[in-house]
Every structure is written in C-alpha cells, then in structure tokens.
Design a protein around this ligand. Structure first.
Ligand SMILES: Cc1cc2nc3c(=O)[nH]c(=O)nc-3n(C[C@H](O)[C@H](O)[C@H](O)COP(=O)(O)OP(=O)(O)OC[C@H]3O[C@@H](n4cnc5c(N)ncnc54)[C@H](O)[C@@H]3O)c2cc1C
Length: 352
C-alpha cells in the first residue's frame, strides 16, 4: 500500500517536497493555511507585469535550485545593474551619483517572476493533493500513524512533514503528545529570514532612469527606502523599480509609507520618479503565517540548519523541513530545495 504523507505549508519547500515525494510514489497531501500558494514567494501581477513582494534573486552558487530550474525549463536572466547608481547620505544633502563597481556578484531573476517556479511545481497536483485555506492547528500521534487537524477537517497520515518556519510551527501548532522540549527551545530561537522586511515596487510607463544613464539602483541612509533596484521585465516591455523600506516604518500605515516614498522618489528623480502607475508593498512583519507575536531579538540566520532538525520526531513519523532547517543556505530558496532533498532521502531510507 502506498504511504500517505501530509505536508504542512505550500511555500517553495512544501511544493518541492510534494513534487518529489509524489514522483517517488507516495500519496501526498499539502495543507496550506493561506488562500494562495507561495509563502514568502509572492509575485503580483500589476499593469501587465510581474512584481516581487517576496523572494526575487538567485545566485550561481545556488546549485540545487539551479538544477531544479533546469529540470523545470525555467528561464533566468541577470539583474540589470547597468548605469550609474544614486546615494542619499543625509536629508540635508543632494542625492549623489556614482558608478557601481564592475566586479559585483551577479544576481539572477526568473522570467515571468519567481511565481513561475511555484506554478511549475504545483502543476501536477489535484484538488485533493493541494488544499488552500487549511490552517493546521494540532498534530496527534496515534497507534497507527499521525492525525493532522485543521479547523474543520482531520487528516490521517503515515508521515507528516512541516515546512513552516520552525518558530511559527512551535507557536501555532499544538502537539499531543508534546514535541521534544529541546526541539521547542531551538525552534523558538530559530530566525526566520526576512520576516521583518517591507518590500515595495513601483511600475512606470517608461524606464526614465535608463534614459538618464542610471541603473535604477539607489541607496539611502535617510529612508524611507534604504535600497532600490531596477525591476523591469526580461523583454524590456514593462518597467519597474523594487526595493526595501526602513523597518522603523512597519507600524505606520501604507498610505503614510507611500507618501514618504513619493517624496523620496521626487528627491532622487524629480517629477518622473513620483509619476508611477502603481505602488505595491508587503509588510512581512504583519504576516502571521511568517512571523510570530513573540518579539524577542534573534540574529539573522540564528540556529538555521541546527543539527536538531536532522532527527525525525513523534516515533519517526514527523519531519521538520523548510528553508530555515537547511544546513546549506538556510533562509534562502536554495535552502528550501537543499533541505527538501535531504528529507526525501531520509523518508526513502525509512522504507528500505
Ligand atoms: C521580502 C523577502 C525577500 C526575499 N528575497 C529572497 C531572495 O532574493 N532570494 C532568496 O533565495 N530568498 C529570498 N527570500 C527568502 C525566501 O522567500 C525563502 O527562503 C523561501 O521562500 C522559504 O520557503 P519555505 O517554503 O521554506 O517557507 P515559507 O515560504 O515561509 O512557507 C511556509 C508556508 O507555510 C504556510 N503556513 C504557515 N502556518 C501554517 C499552518 N499552521 N498550516 C498550514 N500552512 C501554514 C505559510 O502560509 C507558507 O505558505 C526572501 C523572503 C522575503 C520575505
């Protein structure tokens, strides 16, 4: 009989695990709390283009992720950095123009948006295999397996894999019997990458910055945006900028942040800058499926890939995946895939 595996979360980790485990002959069911797939990958369609409010870049050393992109025929293109950059040192001074160093690490983007990677992974799942709006609340270990409870459905499985950021897992899911106390302690102190970031995008009619010999790259000590990049599409048909806002603005309203960004754009680019077609933003610190109410400080990547995540729990029926549990590039998309490969190997070994 085919073994049943419930995967919690339909971010990159959950979808990749479902894709791989289904190919290995397991019966998979992916439960996602949100009304959309993707988790911290969030590509939005705006004015006929795709803007990234979550993960955007990959790099040539992301070996497992690049292998997957080749397998799924995904087209990559270089982040456009051509032209001068701008720097705002203080609010009193004019914005300075400077040349970016030539030997910078190249970042790559996915043509059509990072969402394309998710869609390719999800393409083969039926409605029974991938369920949205199913927030897992409780996990019970029974004589014969595991029971996973959402608000109104109980799912049974031989094995369960969580892909939630570990801190979110131990804050939002109850276990009976309880999870290992050491594991809970480490999970509570495992940093979730980018959980506090505020990302914004602007779509324009023309890439006016290119007409001025600018790359679209901007840095600021003042804010509200601290860094910004060109975000136009591969075909150079749609034009956009994308960047990050200062974390101190997290408690302000969207309208207030947008107004401050508009003022800063005017300082950087004049009227062209403030004449955008759309402003989009995502304040990740307000996303309960990524971050938790507990505000204790953790260093970036603290406890990512901790050895405690390598073990199986609940009588070898429960595995903890997700990018933050990866010993390689924990927190990044590469980590999600690297860890997914580890878990698949571990599960297969258990049935040999
Ligand atoms: C703004 C931002 C920019 C980033 N930029 C980059 C980048 O350029 N390059 C890069 O490599 N990485 C980047 N990252 C990190 C990257 O997004 C993550 O490494 C990756 O998406 C993690 O995938 P995951 O599936 O492990 O976790 P997640 O994406 O967090 O997925 C977990 C899923 O579980 C769901 N969930 C939560 N609780 C429950 C529950 N109780 N029941 C059911 N489902 C639940 C969530 O809704 C989510 O869909 C960025 C992240 C952010 C936020």
């Amino acid at each position: 009989m085919k073994k049943k595996i419930v995967i919690i979360g339909a971010g990159l980790s959950g979808l990749y695990l479902g894709y791989r485990l289904k190919k290995e002959g397991f019966l998979v069911r992916i439960l996602e709390a949100n009304a959309r797939i993707g988790g911290r990958i969030f590509t939005k369609n705006v004015h006929h283009t795709h803007v990234e409010l979550g993960a955007t870049w990959l790099w040539k050393y992301n070996e497992e992720l690049l292998k997957l992109c080749r397998e799924l025929n995904i087209t990559l293109f270089e982040q456009d950095m051509h032209g001068d950059a701008l720097f705002e040192a203080t609010s009193a001074n004019a914005v300075q123009r400077f040349q970016l160093p030539q030997n910078q690490e190249i970042s790559y983007r996915i043509a059509g948006g990072t969402r394309v990677l998710l869609d390719q992974l999800a393409i083969g799942f039926s409605k029974e295999e991938l369920l949205l709006n199913q927030k897992v609340q409780q996990i019970n270990t029974t004589e014969s397996g595991v029971e996973v409870l959402t608000e109104n459905i109980a799912f049974t499985a031989d094995l369960v894999v969580s892909t939630l950021p570990p801190k979110v897992l131990v804050h939002s899911v109850a276990f009976s019997p309880a999870l290992d106390a050491n594991l809970i302690q480490v999970a509570k102190h495992t940093h979730t990458w980018m959980k506090d970031s505020i990302k914004f995008t602007l779509v324009y009619k023309r890439a006016f910055w290119k007409e001025k010999g600018l790359s679209g790259v901007g840095f600021s000590n003042v804010g509200p945006f601290t860094e910004m990049y060109d975000h136009s599409d591969l075909e150079h048909k749609h034009f956009a900028l994308m960047g990050f806002l200062h974390g101190a603005l997290a408690k302000e309203t969207k309208a207030y942040r947008e107004e401050k960004v508009r003022e800063q754009l005017f300082k950087f680019f004049g009227q062209d800058g403030s004449n955008y077609l759309s402003y989009e933003e995502k304040n990740w610190s307000e996303e309960p499926l990524v971050t938790t109410a507990d505000s204790g400080f953790l260093s970036p990547h603290e406890n990512n890939g901790h050895p405690i995540y390598q073990k199986a729990y609940l009588k070898d029926r429960f595995f903890i995946a997700g990018s933050e549990t990866s010993p390689s590039y924990g927190g990044y998309m590469e980590g999600a895939i690297y860890r997914g490969n580890q878990i698949v190997a571990q599960i297969k070994r258990g049935f040999e």
